[in-house]
Each structure stands twice: as C-alpha cells, then as structure tokens.
Design a protein around this ligand. Structure first.
Ligand SMILES: Nc1ncnc2c1ncn2[C@@H]1O[C@H](COP(=O)(O)OP(=O)(O)OP(=O)(O)O)[C@@H](O)[C@H]1O
Ligand SMILES: [Mg+2]
Length: 457
C-alpha cells in the first residue's frame, strides 16, 4: 500500500499538497496539519462493500410507483419538542445528525428518547465515549426503561455494522461520529476522512435496512459540526443543540431537514432528572427581559439558515464629557455610529451630546442589517425614556436617508417571531416576494424611521 502525505486545514477541511502557515481557503492561521493520504489501498471501502451485500440492494433502480410509503413512515420519539423539530416525528430510514457543545446534553437527549422508543422498537445505543456501565448509570438517573434497549461500547465501525446486522434494531444511536473509525482509512478517528467515511457507511445502513439512525457530532470552536461541510450535505437532518453557559435552557434547532421545515425550534430545560420540555419557549428564551422598560427591542436575525431572536438594549444618557462615550457590545461599532447619526439627522432626535451604550443580550454578535431597525428603536426608546411595547419585534434595514429596506427570509423570521409569542412586528413597507404572515401576528409596515418613531414612541 502506498502512503503519500497530504496537508489539510482543521478548520475548513481544505486539502493542500504542501504545508502553509495560512489556509488559502478560509484564511485561518496555523490550522494546516499533516495527514497521510486517505486510503490508497486496493481494498474496497467498508461503505462500498456494504452496498453490494445481499439484502441491501441500493444499486437497483425502482419504479416510483413501486416504492412503498406506508402510514408508519414517521414515529414519535416521545419528546414533543424533538418531534416538532424533526417535522412531526422521526422518519424511518433517515439519518439525523445532532451536534452541540461539550456537556450541553446530547447524550442525555438521545438516552431519554430511548425510554419511549423501547416500548415499540429495538434500540441499539453505540457509544465510543462511555462504557456500558456509565450509560446504564445515566439511564437509571434519567429513569429510562431498559427493555428493548441494547448498549454497545465500541469505536470500530465494522463491529458496529456487524452488531446491527446481528441485532437488527429499528433505531441506532451513535455517540459520537468523531470517535468511530473505519480500519480501511489510514487516519485517526475524528479526522475529516474518517468522519466522512463513517457517516457514509451509516447512511447506507439507514437506507438499506430502513433503520433510523441518530448520530451525535462534536462541534468546532465556531459552533458547526466538526468535520467536513460535506457531512451536513450527506445526512437527512442536521440538528443543533445549543444553550447559554449560564442558563439551564437548551434550544434544539434544525439547520437542515429533508422531511420538514427548518423553522421550528425545540426548547428544553436541563434539570437533575434530565431534560424537561419547555412548553412556552418565548417566556423561557426572553426570560429576564424587563417589562415596560425603555431602551430594549427584540429583532430576528438569520444565523446561517436559522432564524434567531435577539434582544438589543441601549442606554442613551446626557454626557458629562466633551467627547461623548460610545460603546457597542455584540454589534458592529461602525454600524452603530452610522445608525446614531441617521437617528439624529433623519429621526430628529438630538443625541449628539449623549453617551450611547449598546448591548446585545445573550452573547450574540449581530452582523446583519435586519437588526438596524430594532437598534434604532432601542436607542430612541432610551433617549425618550418611553418603552417599546413588550409584544413587538422589529425587523428591517435602515438606509442613510432613514428609509427602511426589505430584508431576506422575512417569512421565516416572522414565523420565528410568532412562534416565540410576539403579537406585533414592525417591518419595512416594501417586502421581497410573496409574504406568508403567521396567524396571530399583526404586521405594522413603515417606510422610514420617522414613521416608526411616531407610531411607537
Ligand atoms: N448527576 C447529574 N445531575 C444533574 N445533572 C447532571 C448530572 N450529570 C450530568 N448532568 C447534566 O448533564 C450535562 C451533560 O450531559 P451529556 O453528558 O448528555 O452532555 P453531552 O452533550 O453528551 O456531552 P459530551 O459532549 O461530553 O458527550 C451536564 O452538563 C449537566 O448539566
Ligand atoms: Mg455525550
């Protein structure tokens, strides 16, 4: 077997033939590492061997009318919030990737759904991170029933595939994809080629055996699932489990779903007995938000394909300094200065002599123009000492003449705003394309910031 050296970027997965200090693809420094070339062996891969095995028959075309779609295509996982994010339950024969920061509760979530799944299905829980004993101890703490649940502490993918063929489970849970390795690939577990190869094999298992597979994935420091981007293309559904370090709340979001919408979110609270579903997420997410307080406004920004609500707070006070202080936290400093100038010139507020402090709650960083309107409103609300209504969110880009401009994915943002309990939303008069307005949400269309200020403050 021939082994030639390759280099790849641990951040974006870009491969280069020689070492470089800076990745030419993503621009990150010191992220290029050496990796032996992926498999130059003549042996066929585990994944490709599997598709030619009898019983799987993925290579034979089928007429569409012959493909069976029975009523039992979906099943409930027993966690309403997870079912909602999956688009109404898990789909048989699908592969769901669940990513999240360390200790956020990925293993807990997966083990908790076993409690319900075991009632009508055989579940195989494969862990490369914990021993069977550790998993059992956690299951006892979470009060998960044991019948129908099989545990396997394994990191070798071939043994995993053999266990699936022997046990023939209905649901397979793999914790985590970064710990699995395929002996045919000459690189360490968690490397780009291993993660890709293992996911491919699991995908073929899912489709071939009509097996529902949940795969846990680690995230990198940017918060995306560690491994190549192509990983997210390969699987049917990508869920992100997120949470604030200082909060007990956990949010499950779908970044991709081949069987449903990606607008839904699931909210959980981490308690001693495990994850508890939170029925009213608007209260949970914006918990601690001051009622009727001047200087705060909620907006909705897109984080990749996902809409996220953000609370923007401002404090505008007369300055005792010759040069007023301007502080911006979680928002681009230059943009906040621009919005202050627009507010003074086009909104008619004399704030030039005031100190202005801007803060985005929850550690978010907003770099989207759609947050402009809420920023302007929170600053004006603080200056005038009059609150923006609690049940109102504001979305829109502000131009230099004070006009409001259309933003992308407004329908998705409005759905998220409504989903989190808001009843009114301030949006630009002109919108792109046909807008589907969620039931129960009143839209207030304004053409410029002066109009917005006269309606609200
Ligand atoms: N004995 C316990 N009592 C209460 N809460 C616990 C207990 N053990 C763990 N937890 C909670 O569960 C969380 C860890 O959950 P879990 O192991 O499911 O996370 P994970 O996302 O799988 O982490 P990793 O990436 O390390 O596998 C802890 O952060 C803590 O909040
Ligand atoms: Mg875990």
């Amino acid at each position: 077997m021939k082994v030639k050296t390759l280099f790849y970027c641990t951040e974006c997965g870009n491969t280069t033939p020689k070492w470089q200090g800076k990745c030419p693809a993503c621009g990150a420094w010191n992220t290029i590492v050496e990796q032996p070339a992926e498999r130059v062996s003549s042996k066929s891969s585990l994944a490709s061997r599997r598709i030619t095995e009898p019983g799987i028959r993925m290579h034979q075309p089928k007429a569409m009318h012959e493909v069976e779609t029975t009523d039992e295509l979906r099943f409930c996982t027993g966690m309403g919030e997870l079912d909602r994010v999956l688009g109404g339950g898990a789909v048989k024969g699908s592969l769901v990737l669940v990513g999240g920061a360390p200790g956020i509760g990925k293993s807990t979530l997966m083990l908790q759904i076993c409690d319900n799944l075991c009632r009508f299905a055989t579940v195989l829980y494969v862990s490369g991170e914990e021993s069977e004993r550790q998993i059992k101890l956690r299951a006892e703490r979470l009060k998960v029933r044991g019948e129908g649940l099989y545990l396997l502490a394994e990191t070798n993918l071939e043994n995993l595939v053999d266990a699936v063929h022997t046990l023939k489970p209905d649901v397979l849970i793999v914790d985590s994809i970064q710990t699995m390795y395929n002996g045919d690939v000459n690189s360490a577990p968690g490397s780009i080629s291993q993660v890709k190869e293992c996911t491919m094999t699991l995908m073929q298992l899912a489709k071939g055996e009509n097996l529902t597979v949940f795969v846990i994935g680690h995230v990198n420091k940017e918060g995306s699932i560690a491994g190549p981007k192509v990983l997210e293309h390969m699987v049917d559904c990508v869920l992100y489990f997120e949470g604030e370090r200082h909060m007990a709340y956990r949010i499950l979001r779908a970044a991709k779903n081949r069987f449903g919408t990606t607008n839904e979110i699931g909210v959980f609270e981490m308690e001693d007995g495990g994850l508890v579903e939170v029925p009213n997420p608007s209260e949970a997410l914006l918990a601690g938000r001051p009622a009727d307080a001047p200087g705060t406004c909620v907006t909705c920004v897109m984080e990749g394909a996902r809409p996220v609500l953000a609370e923007i707070q401002a404090l505008v006070v007369p300055s005792s300094l010759g040069n007023p202080r301007r502080v911006s936290n979680g928002f681009d400093y230059g943009r906040s200065m621009l919005l202050l100038a627009v507010l003074e010139k086009r909104g008619g507020l004399l704030i030039g002599g005031c100190d202005a402090y801007l803060n985005v709650i929850g550690g978010l960083y907003l770099d989207e123009p759609a947050a402009d309107l809420a920023t302007v409103l929170s600053m004006a609300s603080s200056f005038r000492d009059r609150p923006v209504p609690n049940d109102l969110a504001a979305i829109g880009e502000v131009g230099l003449t004070g006009e409001l401009r259309a933003v992308s994915a407004l329908g998705q943002r409005l759905a998220e705003v409504r989903r989190l309990g808001f009843q009114k939303c301030l949006i630009p008069k002109r919108t792109q394309g046909k807008l589907i307005v969620p039931e129960g949400l009143e839209l207030i269309r304004v053409s410029n910031i002066r109009e917005a200020l006269s309606i609200l403050l």
